[in-house]
Design a protein around this ligand. Structure first.
Ligand SMILES: C[S@@+](CC[C@H](N)C(=O)[O-])C[C@H]1O[C@@H](n2cnc3c(N)ncnc32)[C@H](O)[C@@H]1O
Length: 296
């Protein structure tokens, strides 16, 4: 073994796996492979193939991996270490100050994409309230190629991440707006031509009740508070969205909301009180009620 060769990939993966398992990480083997893939600039499948072939890391690669592994064991989100979060067909730039997009939101996106794709307008219009990294807005724009999308974000830090993602992936069809969604229907933020013309309003808002501090350190210590908490019952922002979305939408337009399991009934009730038609709650791929839709 020459001086600059480090250990075999299989041994490094075992070492990281054990360190991550002890740290309480949910999928230690997956995280070990993804982190090594990041250091090598390779996909996870290629990392597995290199391990089987008995490949060794260089000493420099090993040193870098051990440093990153130390942060991961302290429960810094994997996506903050790689700088990237996968979301549907996209890879979004993320880091401190922005909510890391979640797999369950990919299912929520599908409701919005289906409704937008069903529009007969030559240029269907959508609004993503609470865009964070831009995940939902960019999924809509990339998967409905004729659509134009407006994305609203209040946090300065999150808005900066979204701006980067919109510039890289938005195809010139996503308009990012920095501000509070409460102002979006009041003429201060929303362009007047949008009012009554939008086909879909989608949002993954903050919906955690204030007293329910998440247990996972990745969420509790690294997702911004503004992205998580929604007042006593978690529904404060959703109540505002219900009022802001209605004047934006065309008659028959669709509202799509992500929420926590157990909030569906309360959300359907508040939407019905605000005059929304056919509020319906839908399960995600694991059978948990995580999205509610309604029509104007
Ligand atoms: C749960 S995160 C969702 C981010 C992104 N849509 C996603 O699914 O990954 C909620 C986002 O809403 C933003 N936000 C919270 N209150 C807001 C408000 N009143 N107006 C606009 N954005 C808000 C937060 O800063 C955060 O980026």
């Amino acid at each position: 073994m020459s001086d600059d060769l480090g250990p075999q990939i299989t041994d490094v993966l075992s070492e990281l796996h054990e360190q991550f398992a002890v740290a309480g990480i949910e999928d230690p083997a997956v995280d070990a492979e993804l982190l090594l893939g990041h250091v090598l600039g390779e996909k996870r499948g290629r990392v597995q193939a290199l391990a089987i072939m008995g490949t060794r890391l260089t000493a420099a690669q090993y040193e870098r991996l051990i440093a990153l592994g130390g942060y991961r064991a302290e429960r810094v989100p994997l996506q903050h270490l790689t700088g990237l979060a996968p979301f549907r067909e996209l890879e979004l730039r993320v880091g401190p100050g922005v909510f890391v997009p979640r797999p369950e939101t990919e299912t929520v996106a599908q409701f919005a994409i289906d409704a937008l794709a069903a529009s007969t307008a030559p240029t269907p219009l959508a609004v993503d309230l609470c865009t964070g990294s831009g995940a939902l807005a960019l999924a809509l724009a990339t998967e409905v190629s004729t659509a134009r999308v407006w994305a609203v974000e209040k946090s300065e830090e999150a808005h900066a991440w979204a701006a980067e993602n919109v510039a890289a992936l938005g195809d010139g069809r996503v308009e990012l707006i920095h501000g509070d969604l409460a102002d979006f229907a009041h003429g201060q933020l929303a362009p007047s031509e949008l009012m009554g013309r939008v086909d879909v309003v989608v949002s993954n808002p903050p919906y955690v009740p204030d007293a329910m501090v998440p247990r996972d350190p990745e969420v509790r210590d690294h997702d911004p508070e503004l992205a998580l908490y929604g007042g006593d019952d978690g529904l404060d922002v959703i109540r505002v969205i219900s009022r802001v979305a209605a004047p934006l939408l065309v008659v028959g337009g669709t509202l799509v909301l992500e929420h926590a399991e157990g909030q569906g009934a309360a959300i359907r009730e508040l939407l019905a009180r605000d005059g929304w038609q056919t509020p319906a709650t839908h399960p995600d791929l694991t059978g948990r009620d995580r999205a509610t839709t309604a029509l104007k």
